[in-house]
Structure formats: C-alpha cells, structure tokens
Design a protein around this ligand. Sequence first.
Ligand SMILES: [Zn+2]
Length: 352
Amino acid sequence: MKFVRSLFMKERLLQYLACPMCGGDIFLAAVGASETMRGWTEVLAGELACRTCARKFPVRRGVPRFVAEETLTPEKAATAANFGWQWQHFTQRDELYAAQLRGWLAPVEPEFFRDKVVLEGGCGKGRHTQLAVEWGARDVVGIDASDAVETAFAATRELERAHIVQADIYHLPLKRAFDYAFSVGVLHHLPDPRAGFLALAAKVKPGGHLSAWVYGAENNGWIVRFVSPLRERITSRLNQRALLHLSKLPAALVYAATKLVYAPINRSAFGRRAIAPHLFYNDYLSAIAPFGWREQHTIVFDHLVAPVAYYIPRAEFAAWWQEIGAEGVVIGWHNRNSWCGFGRIRAATSDE
Ligand SMILES: [Zn+2]
C-alpha cells in the first residue's frame, strides 16, 4: 500500500507532462529503486516514456530528467552549472523569502495561488515551489535545467503537491495545463530571455495568468558598465569556491553600507525625506538591508557568478507581453531597478 501511495504522487505529475520532442503523452514505463522515507515509500528511479514517439526519459534520485547534457548550449550549461553549485551551497531558509517573493509577484498575493495548477520557470533550489504549495496551490511543477533540482527535490520531497522536473525552458516537457506560471530572476540569465518568456506563456491555459520578474536596464547603467564586464570576463569563469570567498569582500562592503547607512537613514522620517533620495541605489539597497549576512553574500555572489545577464528596458519587456496578447497587463518597477510583469493569457478563441 505504501508503494501505491508513492505511485499516486507520480501520477499527479504525469497528468501535466508531455513529450518535449513530439508533445505526446508521458507514462511511467518502469520503476527501479524505491526508498522508504519516514514510513512511506517513494519511487526514486525509473523510466518515463512517450506514448507517441517512444522516447525515454529517466527518473533519477526522484527527479524526471528531460535534459540531456549535450542539448544544452555551452552558455546555458555554464549558467546551470554555476547556479546549480550556488543553490546546493546556499541552502538556508530565510523568513524573508516569502516577503521577497510577494514583492516580485506583485500585484499577486498568496491567496491567488489557492487551488491553482502552477508552473515555476526556473525553480533553483525550490524555495518558491515550496512557498507556492504553502500558499495553497493544487499542484506546483518547478522546472530547472541545473543540478539545483537535487536540492529542490530534497527541499520539497515531503510536499505531495510539489513536483520538481529537470528540463530546458525552451523545450518544456509539459502540457498547456497551467492556471498560472511565474518566473522570478531567471529569464534575464537565459541566452534568449524573450524566447524563455514565450515558452512559459505557451504552457498557460487560455484565461490563465503569468508573472515574470526581470532585471531592468533603467537605473542599472552602472552595473552594465562596471559589474557586467568584470562578471563576463573574470568572475563567472572563476572556480566557484574561490569566487565564494572572493565575493565576501564586496559583500562586506554592501553589508556594512546597508546596515550602517541605508537602514538607519531609511528608518527615520527625516532621513527618508531629505537624505535617502540622494543615496546611491537607495531603493534596492534599503530593500535588502533587513537581510542577514548569508543572504546578502548570496545576492552579491549571484551578481558575479552568472555567465549571462541581460538588463531589459521597460519597452522591450512590455513588447513581450504584447506579443503573447496578454490582457490587463500590469508592469511594476521593483526597487526602481527591475520589472515585475503580470497579465492574463487571452481566453480561448473559436479555433482553440
Ligand atoms: Zn514523443
């Protein structure tokens, strides 16, 4: 009976899967290893197969794998490898994650997730997948191309409604079955951010909703001019462990500035009115000021590790939403340095 329960969990995920090559239905063709976890058994290894083209996809360590290493471009593989390492390294949970995610998804509130079938494009170590389940989603499928899926699986394996899938965002192994898709902090790290956005939108049911948060070009000229060349030429090529240590120096500067300057000034009414508007990058630095050392170090590391980062102008971001024909689009300027978009996928037309 324990075995049946574990298969039931897999079956929940199967209804959303589709062959990334031909769109055919996916079924569980073979079950290999299973493991007893806290009194119940979970299938950890097996094989999925496409009913139409018969292609096979492995399930390893509890995660369906649709990424063949050789199909990733070198750029994308490097991004996945770098972030994967980071997400396996930084596994702390921060109580500020929920508030942070709400900021990125604005105007979406946690209640919006209730009973929805949700797709997260780029789930990293799974912290948002976890929150989406806590916020009442019926099912959440978190996809990521990187090895971070190992951490994401570990973080969510006891949540029956969370499903982690290793997949390439451009070739999603999913049906158009989602009430809501969101992607935070991921699209701008893709070689083609717009194509990633379109791929996600294509999995949302007519009448469903989409959220995306991307780095903005506006106000980030200094990053593009000074940080990006350093990141592209040096830091993203460094050994991860070396960069982790090296990034402590800029992180310490950011930490000191936010704790000793930005936080106190923004706490007082006078400071907020008279000084804050003149501070460098105040909206962003005051927003991260409440974070602890590890989280701030993660943020700085994040800015230095990615081989690819695009800073997207508002007009370009708005054009993406136009391209998918979204309705009621809201684009917010988050911390005056990034764009949060939310919109509704047009309801079914007669030919759908
Ligand atoms: Zn197929």
